[in-house]
Design a protein around this ligand. Structure first.
Ligand code: NA7
Length: 542
């Protein structure tokens, strides 16, 4: 039952979500003396790094490019221990930042938002929690994270399995005994590939249920020594400046020497070099042509396929691990540690679902059309209702009760990924159609938080109590998002970059949901900076 409005708690700003974005957003607002509260559905802060506790969960971005750039003190005091830091350390980092700035006192946990309703007369949002309590605020800043809505398949019998089963996002907080156990992993995306590489030598038997193979290349993780950390600390300004200039928000920048100007041997030499480099270098420091020239993409795909053949002992199995339906980098590239070597182990088996799909989950395992697999544990690494999923699960009602989920049913519509027409005073940090889904998240998050904060200050300084994107400005941005997709070959691939998830009702294979802006982080940052400098054309402030 809803509490009456007189019982509602009032704040000027409600931030939804205490993850990487919410933490920075509340820091900015409280520094400005703006009365804000963070409502977090989980029982502690950390968002993606609070939730994703599965073995092998770690950054794919260099740790020191993932961390916040906005506090010199944090940069000076925090030492990253690994180039690609693992989940427990990442969660410690976020706690360190929140505690250092005493941000927990602005956060309320176990406060899951279920609905939000705009009152155009009062010019405020009423936000309702699962508990029935309500909050009222002039502005709401959803900081929901692009991958916060996990999705499970809907195989018959999933509830009947008597062993342990969970989605990777809901990996239990208490330790799970896996030694000697028969474990099945469904899914070979970025998550599945991390889990499989990590678990192969720690469980009795590992069966990988693969619907489609994914391209993957080595993470090349390594420890960061004290000396190296000191060097990184001295170079932070340069590192973040490089990230700001790279389309993906990474240290790695594309190679513009010209794919076809070099000989095949020179290109191969460059591929060899990149394959040994850390992180996304093989993708984002590669020749820019691999993203839009079919022949260039085929060449790097063939190169990576050969690497897989070299690493997997059984040639027939190697072929099953090589994607045929999309080229290298055309879906989110998983980075791996010992993934391909895992298949050389006697206790690891690939179950190719393209030969024999899953029919049902039984009390004791997984039944495919070919055989029954007895299992003690089933790990669903089956992905997310990406980018818009977090919004869809809140019933958001704008002007005249219009539903955001209904308006976005086919594809979201926003102005620069921050505002939506008919939803005044709702400022999405790193929302749909921003650059967040296509880059090193925190770099884009900082752009988003800073822009939202400036806009809020601008509105307050003018005494504006209502900020809305015009329909025309929204349409222009949607058109720009579509044009950026059209330039990219990956628009023909399946996967969350193009908004497709087979487990979400209403998603249609081959129909793009324009969920992210793929024009690159530098271009996005320049555009939104230009808009702010010009006094926010496209927005109606009153
Ligand atoms: P992804 O990349 O969406 O991968 C999900 C995987 O699960 C993928 O291999 C899917 O196969 C597979 N899947 C999904 N549903 C099923 C069913 N019903 N049966 C069999 N297999 C299925 O999610 P991740 O969690 O790996 O990565 C998401 C992001 O998290 C990642 O990009 C990082 O930024 C962190 P498919 O390829 O669709 O055939």
């Amino acid at each position: 039952m809803s509490a009456s409005l007189s019982e509602s708690r009032r704040h000027e700003v409600i931030i939804i979500g205490a993850g990487v974005s919410g933490i920075y957003q509340v820091k900015r607002l409280t520094d400005l003396g703006i009365d804000s509260i963070v409502l977090e559905g989980d029982d502690d802060l950390g968002g993606t790094w609070y939730r994703n506790r599965y073995p092998g969960a770690r950054f794919d971005s260099e740790s020191y490019t993932y961390g916040y750039s906005w506090s010199r003190e944090v940069l000076d005091e925090w030492s990253w221990k690994e180039r690609f830091s693992a989940q427990p350390e990442n969660l410690r980092y976020l706690n360190f930042v929140a505690d250092k700035f005493d941000l927990r006192r602005h956060m309320r946990f176990n406060a899951r938002v279920t609905s939000m309703t705009w009152d155009d007369a009062a010019r405020e949002w009423t936000v309702e929690l699962q508990s029935g309590e309500t909050y009222v605020a002039r502005f709401v800043i959803p900081s929901l994270g692009p991958l916060s809505m996990p999705t499970l398949p809907n195989y018959p019998g999933m509830d009947e399995f008597t062993g342990k089963s969970f989605h990777t996002y809901h990996w239990p907080t208490e330790p799970v005994a896996l030694e000697g156990k028969r474990v099945g992993v469904i899914g070979t995306g970025a998550t599945g590939i991390q889990v499989i590489g990590e678990l192969a030598d720690k469980v009795g038997e590992l069966k990988v249920f693969q619907r489609r193979p994914n391209w993957s290349s080595p993470l090349n993780n390594s420890p960061i020594s004290d000396e190296e950390m000191a060097d990184i600390r001295g170079r932070y300004d340069e590192i973040f400046a490089n990230c700001a200039e790279s389309p993906g928000g990474f240290e790695h920048v594309p190679d513009w020497r010209g794919f076809w100007k070099l000989t095949a041997d020179e290109r191969r030499e460059h591929f060899d070099f990149l394959y040994s480099q850390p992180g996304f270098a093989i993708l984002v420091a590669n020749f820019a042509e691999i993203f839009f020239d079919e022949a260039a993409n085929q060449e790097i795909s063939d190169y990576i396929a050969d690497r897989i053949r070299q690493r997997v002992d059984d040639p027939e199995l190697a072929e099953k691990l090589i994607p045929r339906d999309h080229g290298f980098g055309m879906q989110r590239l998983p980075l791996e540690t010992n993934y391909f070597e895992a298949y050389n182990r006697d206790n690891v088996r690939l179950v190719d679902l393209s030969d024999a799909p899953i029919e049902q989950i039984t009390a004791t395992g997984i039944q495919t059309t070919a055989e029954h697999h007895e299992l003690d544990v089933i790990v669903y690494a089956t992905g997310f209702d990406a980018i818009t999923g977090g919004y869809d699960r809140i019933d958001i009602r704008g002007v005249d009760g219009v539903s955001l989920a209904e308006l976005w049913h086919d594809s979201p519509r926003t102005f620069v990924g921050v505002l939506a027409h008919r939803f005044p005073n709702l400022f999405m940090v790193a929302g749909p159609q921003s650059v967040s889904g296509s880059t090193n998240f925190p770099r884009a998050i900082e752009t988003g938080v800073d822009w939202v904060t400036d806009l809020l200050e601008h509105a307050r300084s003018r005494g504006s109590t209502r900020v809305e994107a015009t329909a025309d400005a929204e349409q222009e941005w949607v058109d720009e998002v579509v044009r950026a997709h059209e330039r990219m070959m990956f628009r023909r691939s399946k996967g969350w970059f193009t908004g497709y998830n087979s487990n979400v009702a209403g998603h249609q294979e081959g129909k793009i949901r324009y969920q992210a802006y793929f024009g690159g982080a530098p271009r996005y940052a320049a555009r939104v900076t230009e808009i702010a400098a010009a006094g926010y054309p496209g927005l109606h402030l009153s």
